[in-house]
Design a protein around this ligand. Structure first.
Ligand code: AMP
Length: 249
C-alpha cells in the first residue's frame, strides 16, 4: 500500500504570534517555523502502518516556499521514503492546495492519503475534504484510530459526544485528530540519512493548477488584552459586582 502524506510548514505552535504593525498579516520575520502538528500525526500514522507491514511506501508532499523543504526533510527523517515539493511563494488557499494534491494523487496513485485535520495557522479544516471531493475518494475525517481489515480501512472518528467507526474502500482520504497517535522525534542518524533521500520539486504550472486566490486577507488583529482579575471578599460582593459592574445579572 502506497501512502501519500501532506505536510504543511506553519509557525511553530510554541511561538507567540505577532501581528505586523499595519495589521496586514501575521509577522513571520525571524519566526521559528515547523511542521503543522496534525501533519506530524499524519506522518507518524503512515510510519506505523509501514512498521506493521501494511504500507510499503510513504511519499511526503508539501505546497509552499523553498524553505518548506525543511518540513519535507523532517518527514523523511521520521520515516517517509521520498518527498515531493510543489514550490510556490504565493499564499495558497485550501482549494488550490487540494487541486495541487489531486494532481499529485493522479500522478502517484496512492492507496491512502493522510492529511492533518487542520493547519494551525489558518485553521481552515478544508483541504482533506476538498481533496476527497475533487478526486472522488471516500473520506474519514478527525481519525483517532486507523486499521486495515480485509482490504478495507476502518477509521474511528471523534465526533460530538462520542466515537464513530466507518469502513472505507481504498483509495481513500483520512485526516488526523489529536488522539490518533503520539508522534516520535527524529533521531540524529535518521536526520542525516534523510538528507540523501529523494526530494522532487514541481511547480503548480507543471501540474496545471492556478494558485491565484479568490480570497483577499483584509486584516489581522490580536485578541483584546485581558484585564487583571480581582479577588472578592464574599459571595454578596461577587453578586453585587456581577449586577453593577459586569451587568450580567
Ligand atoms: P487546512 O485545510 O488548511 O486546515 O489543512 C488541513 C491539512 O491539509 C493540513 O494538516 C495538511 O495535511 C494539508 N495541507 C494544507 N495546506 C497544505 C500545504 N500548503 N501543503 C501540504 N499540505 C497542506
Amino acid at each position: 500500500m502506497k501512502v501519500l502524506v501532506a505536510v504543511k510548514r506553519v509557525i511553530d505552535y510554541n511561538v507567540k504570534i505577532r501581528v505586523k504593525p499595519d495589521h496586514s498579516d501575521v509577522d513571520l520575520t525571524n519566526v521559528k517555523m515547523a511542521m503543522n502538528p496534525f501533519c506530524e500525526i499524519a506522518v507518524e500514522e503512515a510510519v506505523r502502518l509501514k512498521e506493521q507491514g501494511v504500507a510499503s511506501e510513504i511519499v511526503a508532499v508539501t505546497v509552499g516556499p523553498k524553505a518548506a523543504q525543511e518540513q519535507l526533510r523532517t518527514a523523511l527523517a521520521l520515516g517517509a521514503d521520498r518527498a515531493i515539493h510543489v514550490e510556490t511563494e504565493a499564499r495558497v488557499e485550501s482549494l488550490a492546495v487540494a487541486k495541487l494534491l489531486k494532481a499529485v494523487v493522479d500522478e502517484e496513485q496512492p492507496d491512502l492519503v493522510i492529511l492533518g485535520k487542520q493547519a494551525i495557522d489558518t485553521d481552515n479544516n478544508q483541504t482533506g475534504q476538498m481533496l476527497a471531493a475533487l478526486s472522488g475518494m471516500p473520506q474519514a475525517t478527525f481519525a483517532s484510530a486507523v486499521t486495515l481489515d480485509n482490504g478495507e480501512l476502518h477509521v474511528t472518528r471523534e465526533i460530538d459526544g462520542g466515537l464513530q467507526t466507518v469502513a472505507l474502500t481504498l483509495p481513500a482520504v483520512v485526516t488526523t485528530d489529536l488522539r490518533l497517535n503520539e508522534p516520535r522525534y527524529a533521531k540524529l542518524p535518521d536526520i542525516m540519512k534523510a538528507k540523501k533521500k529523494p526530494l522532487e520539486s514541481k511547480t503548480p504550472e507543471a501540474l496545471g493548477v492556478s494558485v491565484e486566490s479568490g480570497l483577499k486577507l483584509l486584516g489581522v488583529e490580536t485578541p483584546a488584552e485581558r484585564k487583571g482579575g480581582v479577588k472578592v471578599g464574599s459571595v454578596d460582593e461577587l453578586v453585587e459586582k456581577l449586577k453593577t459592574e459586569a451587568k450580567v445579572l
